[in-house]
Design a protein around this ligand. Sequence first.
Ligand code: SAH
Ligand code: SF4
Ligand code: F3S
Length: 439
Amino acid sequence: MAEAKKLFIKTYGCQMNVYDSERMADALGASGYVTTAQPEDADMILLNTCHIREKAAEKVYSELGRLKPLKAANPDLKIGVAGCVAQAEGEEIMRRQPLVDLVVGPQTYHRLPEMEAIIRKGARAVDTDFPEEDKFDHLPRGPRAMRGPTAFLTVQEGCDKFCAFCVVPYTRGAEVSRPVDRILTEARDLVERGVREITLLGQNVNAYHGMGDGGAWTLARLIRALAKVDGLERIRFTTSHPNDMEDDLIAAHGDEPKLMPYLHLPVQSGSDRILKAMNRKHTAESYLRLIERLRAARPDLLLSGDFIVGFPGETEADFDDTMALVRAVHYGQAYSFKYSARPGTPAAERANVPDDVASDRLHRLQALLTEQQRATQDAMVGREVSVLFEKPGRLPGQLIGKSEYLHAVHVHAPDDQIGKIARVRVTASVTNSLAADLL
Ligand code: SAH
Ligand code: SF4
Ligand code: F3S
């Protein structure tokens, strides 16, 4: 047998890219590739890229510059760009970067084996189609090796919402939900390989409407079916849109014990004027009412969010509304970004808020969010939580895992507890984690 070729994948962007990188490794596994953690050893390097903000997209070009010496040292090295920058700027990448052999978008990576054969012959290959066929039906399953206790599983992809600032509907395409039976099969396979916690992924995961018994299923119905899989202990999902938070999903937070009490529910802004300009189709008030209903179903639900400051037209009064919303919700965790104009999106045509004004607002918002995150974490001290142990900690005899609220928790526990869930009592809150003792 020929010696295996080595594949190095660098992943940027969201969790879906993490999942996609695994699937690309599976696809190229069928062409004789095994993954390596060392780019210097690789026969092929793939950059799985993100286009969400300008900074994210620019990283690709600087990373490609850094790969030049590797290609000079090894002319057989093949370099590919995958993901959302590939989708948005495929032709431009090929023009600007002669060292790139292959460009593949997020919906065509099941075609990687054919593309690999083409580039091995010395040609270049670009595929940024939105194909008729479903890539998931054409992907080989990876080797059935054991793996860590947590995994991502994409159930829905793409977005039909067209928020005025966002590239995702263009880079990922229209909303598509995978059929129920495929998801259950993949989940059972993950559990057999040691997985205890699955995070269901979708750009609009709560808009899930995949075909199952008797027609299209909601995300709540899918979660309830997954909860019946023996050995699967924890279920999470991300990312959700407020307008798709249906009653049965809210109820599941109260009555499905395997569904973890953590919800990422981006709102972007607290100003109705800006929400309208963003094409979000909800108000600050409707979001707050939704949070109330979720907390009524699950009082200890930890909320996470995304915010954009400096959206075109945002005034100081609009920003005050965002701060007020944050104070009203009290987030356990959140991400906030300065607006970045993205080519091809409606908002890119509008006048930007001056950069220093946006930076100042981001500062103030992040200070408030950090304070809330701190307070939420500190309030865990003295409480009993359950931890799924993932790996050894930094100190000998210590393991690190996640609580149901997604806090990182350090515990003194034997190595054979990895992959298991234990009850612990939180003893301290440090910068980005909790310390706890086994009960
Ligand atoms: N599908 C998810 C999130 C997609 S992108 C959702 O709808 O919530 C993740 C986050 O990046 C967004 O929630 C938003 O806060 C941020 N984001 C998207 N486009 C952006 C832009 N042009 N500038 C700054 N932040 C942006
Ligand atoms: Fe982007 Fe809006 Fe779709 Fe989220 S809902 S992916 S922010 S367009
Ligand atoms: Fe980035 Fe594409 Fe995800 S733009 S955030 S990698 S969907």
